[in-house]
Unconditional design. Structure first.
Length: 267
């Protein structure tokens, strides 16, 4: 499909060097997400699970003005106006967020500009979040009269605690990327000038690590947090054992002894 044929808002994907970039493209609306875009994110993440070429998944917004400004309110009257539609919309949002949370591949949100509402929920569904100092965060649910599902609230509480979650939701205030770093909403904050270089280096480095190890770590964390459909302790143990029995483990030991960069295959 050519650029001219694409709808005003869409999800673009690129795969290079093991890094799958899922790009939220709706710049005229500060990358607001339509229903179809939510579904596209879920599909892109789900499809990546069976693609051995994908080592890391990165979520980002098109341009510099926004990561994601939330759901595209302009389509609410048509696609979120009654109980059935509201439930379908909520299920679609949850499917995208759940796909990220349960992904066997590491997921990273690279946040520039505006990150509000569903943008915060989507970014918190990723394993790691990096932000510019000047990014703008806000959870405006109270200003819009929308409800926020249990899974989303739980994710906020797990990351920043119940007291901070209440403050962010109840005040609906806007705060900077610098503050997001201080309260633990994002992992690290960088200047806009150096953001792309530093974050891209982190992503490239992660893409070169042993896939089975990354999967075992992610599985272990989900087990400890006792998330919905969380893996069992026994499953975590099996994955750890598989790491030590893998070709990648032998490659890692050999590379260390030979003082060279390892070449992992996920086997």
């Amino acid at each position: 499909m050519s650029v001219q044929e694409k709808p005003p808002g869409y999800i673009d994907t690129t795969l290079d060097g093991g890094v799958l970039r899922i790009i939220i493209c709706n710049e005229k609306r500060y990358n607001a997400m339509s229903l179809d875009m939510w579904k596209s994110v879920a599909k892109a993440v789900t499809d990546a699970q069976s693609n051995d070429d994908v080592r890391v998944i990165v979520l980002q917004g098109a341009g510099k003005k926004a990561f994601m400004s939330g759901a595209d309110i302009s389509e609410f009257k048509e696609k979120r106006s009654d109980k059935a539609q509201a439930q379908h919309y909520a299920d679609s949002v949850n499917a995208a967020q759940s796909a990220l949370r349960s992904s066997s591949k590491p997921t990273i949100a690279a946040v520039k500009g505006i990150c509000m509402g569903g943008g915060m929920g989507l970014s918190l569904s990723c394993d790691l979040r990096y932000s510019t100092e000047t990014a703008k965060f806000c959870m405006p649910a109270g200003k819009l009269g929308v409800g926020y599902a249990y899974e989303g609230i739980k994710r906020f509480v797990d990351i920043v605690g119940a007291t901070r979650t209440a403050e962010l939701f109840l005040t609906a205030r806007t705060f900077s990327g610098s503050e997001a770093g201080r309260i633990g909403l994002v992992n690290e904050v960088f200047s806009e000038e150096h953001f792309d270089k530093i974050v891209d280096e982190r992503i490239t480095t992660m893409a070169g690590y042993a896939p089975l190890t990354m999967q075992a770590v992610k599985t272990g964390i989900r087990c400890v947090l006792q998330e919905d459909d969380a893996p069992s302790v026994e499953e975590v143990s099996r994955m750890v054992t598989a790491c030590f029995e893998s070709e990648d483990y032998r490659e890692g030991q050999a590379a260390f002894k030979e003082k060279r960069k390892p070449h992992f295959k996920g086997k």
